[in-house]
Design a protein around this ligand. Structure first.
Ligand SMILES: [Zn+2]
Ligand SMILES: [Zn+2]
Length: 279
């Protein structure tokens, strides 16, 4: 069988799966309904390992918990109930993601993006996604700082900070207005840099979701990416923001906080922590 001039035998696993999805659903359904299902699968799939860790508390992982576990247990009394958290997540996802999914197909057609094979190269995808992250992070940094003004915090952002010791699943636990405003940063990269394929959007959805859950997970694993890429925020950086209600406003990279001096307290606390370990 020949698919758009490419022999099926020459296809890798990803291409085969993609072709199967495309021939089953067609470009329009693949961009809307299947993308929406994919989004929920990614959210639940990446949350599940963390949910199991929180439930069973394996000692070999819990020793890397950033905030003291006894303190975290106490904080649970002032946190929203699990049901309140789930309800807010459902509202945010249904109100924002369903209309957004409807807009994906016409938007991709408008910019002449592709849906079929061949898929874009990994080099092209990685470069684009890195640039998407740079743009999203810049937008998030300044938007997040706005939400830390008196008005922004008291009317909107307080909800996200009900988790003083964050957990992965609560990464999207936020006021609907915040979910919409900061969520805009997700679309800015593709809008500015351009998007050439629906597949690139799927990769972007996946890595952004994994990253958001990761920086709220509450664990500082020694094998974490931030230990090898010092400009990547990671959970230790964002946990400090939840713990102190200020500083470390970025979502992904450390450079904005460093340039604007909003990580001063974090750096001081890191130094104190390091000294304690030495003594
Ligand atoms: Zn905040
Ligand atoms: Zn957060």
């Amino acid at each position: 069988m020949n698919v758009t001039g490419i022999e099926v035998n020459d296809l890798g696993v990803v291409e085969c799966l993609w072709q199967h999805l495309l021939t089953t659903f067609g470009p329009q359904k693949l961009s809307t309904i299947v993308t929406l299902i994919y989004l929920f699968v990614v959210y639940i799939g990446t949350s599940l390992p963390y949910a199991l860790i929180y439930k069973y508390k394996p000692a070999f992982l819990y020793k890397y918990k950033i905030q003291d576990e006894a303190k975290t247990e106490k904080l649970k009394k002032i946190q929203p109930t699990d049901w309140k958290c789930i309800k807010q997540l459902l509202i945010n996802h249904f109100v924002v993601l369903i209309p957004s999914a409807i807009g994906i197909y016409p938007a991709l057609r408008y910019v002449n993006a592709d849906f079929g094979l061949p898929l874009p190269s990994w080099t092209d995808t990685i470069v684009r996604i890195f640039l998407y992250f740079v743009i999203e992070d810049t937008f998030f940094y300044w938007g997040h700082r706005f939400f830390h003004t008196k008005w922004g915090y008291n009317n909107v952002h307080y909800l996200h900070h009900q988790y003083q010791a964050p957990i992965a699943m609560a990464s999207s636990y936020a006021h609907l207005a915040e979910f919409i405003v900061l969520g805009t940063g997700f679309a800015l990269g593709p809008a500015i840099i351009g998007i050439n394929h629906l597949f690139t959007l799927w990769v972007w959805i996946f890595v952004r979701q994994v990253e958001a859950l990761d920086c709220h997970c509450g664990f500082d694993f020694p094998w974490h990416l931030s230990k090898f890429l010092p400009f990547y925020c990671g959970p230790h950086h964002h946990d400090h923001h939840h713990k102190t209600y200020g500083g470390n406003f970025a979502s992904t990279f450390t450079w904005w906080d460093w340039m604007m001096g909003t990580d001063k307290k974090y750096r001081e606390d890191c130094q104190k922590e390091a000294k304690k370990k030495v003594n």
